[in-house]
Write a protein that binds this ligand. Structure first.
Ligand SMILES: Nc1ncnc2c1ncn2[C@@H]1O[C@H](COP(=O)(O)OP(=O)(O)OP(=O)(O)O)[C@@H](O)[C@H]1O
Ligand SMILES: [Mg+2]
Length: 347
């Protein structure tokens, strides 16, 4: 692709600079957090009730595709309650001992954020069940026949788990969260508000129509919206002009962002479904192998957005391109039944 090695529309990849920039733009309170009205209302209620009863809020699970605000909300849960925040992640918890070390050092009322919680070690998961329910863990002391388990009381804490794959969490873990928030892609009006806020924080004067154009091309994702805004700012700076619609179009063209905001992988997936499989149905694993990506990434990152904008539908026989997908890619739709039925190897 043109314009550098980081794909601007990739909701997961980010350079150090992008991460620092993201941190600076993170809303600090529920009030500043744009969109997700339902989730915001639910969280507000949960946090206020806990405050009135002077107890730690229930454990919270945040589920949804990358870049929609899970980490941001976890931080807000801590800020709003004036509680300390400890951050960890599933891949960092490879043994029950890793989790025991974290849990036993929590201070009363602390918020423990575990990102990518579906990637935690199984043995740690089991320890977490008891910790979540009873604020207690059992620690094994000694080895072999002489080993005994010693109970250890924990300070009451609130666990905030985040996952792009809620379906992968074992039921006993999912059931122990008092509340699960499913984050949705943002609509264009909400994204315009995210951008407006970011522009004013950056001291950037941007036309309304320029913001609307970015909002329409950022995959429904605030992280990508902010990133595109930054590139538009660069463009206006270098070319000495205003950050207007012309600058947005030129900058997005330079960075290879298409009118729907599809990224390289989205386009690769669509091309495979349309050209190699005549519009589908195509099974998830076949798709993943064809584009050289993990099935997990296709399912958690690519597919939800393509479904949301109506380019594919999921059927029991696999993924199928819609008429608007054929139009978007400028291809003639195959006549129904024209292609031979393709082997359906998986779903
Ligand atoms: N509702 C929102 N209002 C304003 N800005 C937002 C909102 N949600 C997210 N952002 C912005 O998008 C950036 C990415 O959000 P965040 O890091 O919380 O996503 P995430 O869901 O944790 O992603 P990942 O799954 O990759 O960890 C944040 O830095 C923040 O600036
Ligand atoms: Mg995150």
């Amino acid at each position: 692709m043109q314009g550098g090695d980081v794909d601007l529309t990739d909701p997961v990849l980010a350079s150090e600079a992008e991460l620092a920039f993201e941190g600076a733009l993170r809303p600090k309170s529920l009030e500043e957090f744009v969109g997700q009205t339902r989730v915001r209302g639910q969280l507000q209620l949960l946090l206020t009730a806990a405050m009135l009863q002077q107890r730690t809020p229930d454990h919270i699970l945040l589920a949804g595709p990358p870049g929609l605000g899970k980490t941001t909300l976890a931080m807000i849960v801590a800020y709003e309650g004036g509680r300390p925040l400890r951050m960890s992640s599933g891949p960092a918890i490879q043994h029950a001992g890793d989790l025991a070390a974290i849990l036993s050092s929590l201070v009363p009322g602390e918020v423990l954020f575990i990102d990518e919680i579906h990637r935690m070690a199984r043995s740690a998961e089991e320890m977490l069940y008891l910790a979540m329910e009873d604020f207690r863990i059992d620690i094994m002391v000694g080895k072999g026949a002489g080993a005994t388990s010693v109970p250890l009381d924990l300070a009451p804490f609130t666990l905030v788990g985040a996952t792009t794959r809620a379906g992968l969490l074992p039921n006993p873990l999912r059931d122990r969260f008092g509340f699960t928030a499913h984050l949705e892609f943002y609509d264009e009006a909400e994204l315009e508000r995210v951008l407006e806020r970011a522009a004013s924080m950056l001291g950037l004067d941007v036309d309304r129509e320029a913001l609307a154009e970015i909002a329409g091309r950022c995959r429904g994702t605030p992280r990508i919206a902010n990133r595109l805004l930054r590139r538009v700012r660069d463009y206006a700076l270098v070319h000495g002009g205003r950050a207007d619609l012309g600058a947005v179009r030129a900058a997005l063209e330079l960075y290879d962002v298409d009118p729907l905001g599809l990224d390289r992988l989205d386009r690769a997936v669509m091309q495979i479904i349309l050209t190699r499989f005549g519009g589908g149905p195509v099974g998830l694993n076949t798709l993943a192998v064809s584009v050289g990506e993990e099935a997990e990434t296709i399912e958690a990152v690519v597919e939800p957005f393509l479904v949301r904008i109506g380019l594919i539908t999921r059927t029991p026989r696999g993924r199928v391109a819609t008429p608007s997908a054929w139009r978007h890619f400028g291809l003639a739709e195959r006549a129904p039944g024209a292609a031979a039925a393709l082997p359906i190897d998986d779903l």
